[in-house]
Design a protein around this ligand. Sequence first.
Ligand code: AHR
Length: 490
Amino acid sequence: MSSITIDAARKESKINRNIYGHFSEHLGRCIYNGIFVGENSKIPNENGMRKDVVEALRNIQIPVLRWPGGCFADEYHWKDGIGPKETRKKMVNTNWGGVTEDNSFGTHEFMELCRQLGCQPYVNGNVGSGTVQEMSEWIEYMNFDGLSPMTELRKANGHAEAWGVKYFGVGNENWGCGGNMRPEYYADLFRRYQTFARNYGENKLFRIACGPNVDDYNWMDKVMASAAPFMDAITLHYYTVPGKWEDKGAATGFTEKEYYATLKKALFMEELVSNHTQIMNKYDPKHRIGLIVDEWGTWYNVEPGTNPGFLYQQNTMRDALVAALTLNIFNCHSDRVVMANIAQMVNVLQSVILTEGDKMLLTPTYHVFDLYKAHQDATLVDSYVETGKVGNENEEFPQMSVSASVDEKGVLHITAANAALTGSEPVECRILNKAAAKVSGRILTGAMDACNTFDAPNAVNIVPFEDIAVKGDTLTFTMPACSVVEITVE
Ligand code: AHR
């Protein structure tokens, strides 16, 4: 038996909707074929964007989308991706499979995608191989409405109005693929580049610095020490890799031991966010600067027979649990975490959507984003869980993970995950300071390696969670093994 206590009156931080953000890189089949098929494709599209994919993404209310990378961002030259498609310069995507990038998806197409999705664009600039002038002009091109060379160019390319991009990243992984820099050097470059990343009109740019890889606390400390006053947020990247980097483990056909090891590694996010927050507190005690986890998720060996540079992997209930645990962590740290972007949206790493030709499927991870969407912009409330431990010997972790929020209408949203693989777990959930007048639920559950395939796209799906008994201030229900629930209390 697990017990949960939620105090609806103990309000904590606002859960920034951008925690439910996504990431789309020019990598494998994420942009090309996954999202963008071009106007002349037989696959139904609007201005080149797949209608099925856009509709599915609108359903989970994706708030913000990061683009064009990733490692690709630091070799991307934005002027190659504007103007008539026939004359756009081609390039080699050296990071991802050495394929030829024809630049048919560029700034205008990305903004059109964000328009269709109803989300905010988050553009990642090039520090590693780009100039200050190039970055500065990109921002002028996207955001200036007055008379200027970049405004004229944008108008000549068919878009009269400025897009007013707010979120702008100054480099990506500059400790690695973005230039192999030392933190001191990057901090100086950040100060310089961001100086010329101008605000135009009413639009105030939200300047995002490149933060550490995993537990590189030295990077966080050095960059914050020297550049904190110049940034609005700093990033963190952490991937859950069950095995070793050279042999990460398979996305399907894994053992129970690997399942638990994966979840244990995913929970390392809690320690990372706490420790990086401690360092940020030294330089920013008032929490003006946000932490943005703009790359997170599982990373396995690619599916057999697919291009190793395309990072295509299946997605199972194990991934659903990773997403549920991680999103609960972000909710609970929403006083510092202001955005997160799962990697990546379609056909790459822990995707919410997979495509094959004109077919599309929603992964178990997609369904977790669906179950959690009511937390967007709600207020986190205090929750306390008493639960047993599960996992491998010497690598145990709490069986249940929970977060709760109250939205602007006063509705309480509880999301809970049961990581155990055997038995079902009776749960008593006491709710203080809120009457449980109307209670409803939805659940996602299945075997640890259950997944959706193009032959059986609905094998794993959300169903109503009906057996919730209400007595006084206590809800009683039973969570099946390997499950994620959303409970709504009105
Ligand atoms: O998401 C795949 C890659 O992982 C990104 O391009 C890079 O930033 C990270 O190393």
